[in-house]
Write a protein that binds this ligand. Structure first.
Ligand code: GLN
Length: 403
């Protein structure tokens, strides 16, 4: 039976303004509060649902058919398996069908249940998206109760207790507990310049909620990657003697994570080592340089976001997932805005003039273009090549061409 025909409803999504949307429960049973956002990607739901940057959020997919290709063990993005359930809930239009794909190992419904993610189907996701666009991302509670007997009191209490994402440092909840070396050997699908056996460079990646494909892309450039916890000090990081430092994506409010991350990043900037940041890493870099971040109205979540690289004039189709942004006007002299979103003109990248330090708001490791933005990893490691007196690589390489 499809969700919108089911009576009584076994799931409900309640928004802070009182909006009540009833549907068909999926995945885990229970209730969870979070910020309700929408994601416009037509593919990649498993990568989205395992991206630690979604911690504290309930995701509405605008694409109506989610789950068609099932789930597998390869398309998981979080590196820290303990942080797999950062997403609070998933809101769908259609019921999840049986998977039809040779890679499918498990139906999405069962997969959600195992990871304690609550789902609701049978929702008019177009109407919900229109509401979010008009009013901004609301706080909400998603409930799955197979009996249809909702405990309204505890649902209301849960909604009231959720403070919203502003002011929340969630990076410390999803970061790795221990320092480790990224092992590329089981992830060889994207091998390019280097091999793990013979790395040319050493990059320390600060894990604020890192995605696997970022680490793959760094290793793909010939880097040994050492991943350190979000709270690692500059001294801890420099003790690894890195050639360069990477700042990862991650959930929550950058200003709050910045209370401990910014002083560390500022110290690392003084070393002259190349630095590259993605998404939360970009926002933290903006803060470390004296800029400001603020909450967006509806955020950017999808895989079709055009971004212009102002340094080359090229447009990239990018993947985005952020609800905060660097305020371009707040960037001090000596810091250049390098990329802008062509959807709303918001800041999408920055670089420090004359220094090997830059960052982007979007996700070059995600491949909607499919490889439009991969050049940024080459741009980053070229800074290291330059410092080591090695020949630089071409930034753009046609897919399939020899490196
Ligand atoms: N993907 C990310 O790194 C997200 C950054 C930040 N948490 C935001 O929502 O803007």
């Amino acid at each position: 039976m499809t969700g919108w025909q089911q009576t009584p409803a076994t799931a409900v999504l309640i928004l802070a303004d009182g909006t009540r949307l009833e549907g068909y429960g999926l995945g885990a049973v229970g209730h969870a509060a979070g910020e309700v956002c929408f994601n416009t990607a037509m593919t990649g739901y498993q990568e989205v649902l395992t991206d630690p940057s979604y911690a504290g959020q309930i995701i509405t997919f605008t694409f109506p058919h989610i789950g068609n290709v099932g789930t597998n063990d390869d398309d998981i993005e979080t590196v820290n398996m303990a942080a797999l359930s950062g997403v609070r809930g998933v809101v769908l239009k259609a019921d999840i069908t049986n998977p039809s794909n040779y890679r499918a190992a498990e139906k999405l419904d069962a997969w959600l249940k195992k990871r304690n993610i609550i789902g609701i189907a049978g929702i008019d996701t177009r109407a919900l998206t229109a509401l979010i666009r008009e009013k901004g991302m609301p706080n909400g509670v998603i409930v799955h109760e197979p009996t249809g007997q909702f405990d309204e009191g505890s649902i209301a209490a849960e909604l009231n207790a959720f403070p919203g994402l502003e002011g929340l440092d969630l990076a410390k909840e999803v970061t790795t507990a221990q320092t480790y070396h990224w092992d590329q050997t089981s992830w060889q699908w994207n091998v390019g310049y280097g091999t793990l056996e013979n790395p040319e460079f050493h990059v320390v990646a600060i894990d604020y909620g890192a995605k696997r494909n970022i680490l793959r892309c760094l290793a793909d450039q010939g880097a040994k990657v050492t991943v350190v916890p979000a709270t690692a000090s500059a001294d801890d990081i420099l003790a690894h003697n890195p050639d360069a430092v990477f700042l990862s994506n991650g959930p929550g409010d950058p200003a709050e994570t910045g209370t401990y991350a910014v002083p560390t990043i500022q110290k690392l900037m003084e070393t002259g080592k190349p630095m590259f940041g993605i998404c939360l890493g970009h926002q933290l870099m903006g803060l470390a340089l004296g800029g400001k971040t603020s909450k967006m109205h509806q955020g950017h979540h999808g895989a079709n976001h055009p971004v212009k690289d102002l340094t080359t004039g090229k447009v990239e189709i990018t993947s985005m997932n952020h609800g905060f942004a660097v305020d371009a006007d707040s960037l001090p002299a000596g810091v250049t805005q390098t990329h802008v979103s062509l959807f709303d003109g918001s800041n999408a990248g920055l670089a420090v003039d004359g220094k090997p330090i830059f960052s982007v708001q979007y996700h070059p490791e995600a491949s909607p273009g499919p490889q439009d933005s991969h050049y940024l990893f080459t741009r980053f490691l070229n800074q290291v090549r330059k410092q080591k007196g090695l020949p630089e690589k071409a930034e753009y390489i046609a897919p399939g061409a020899a490196a």
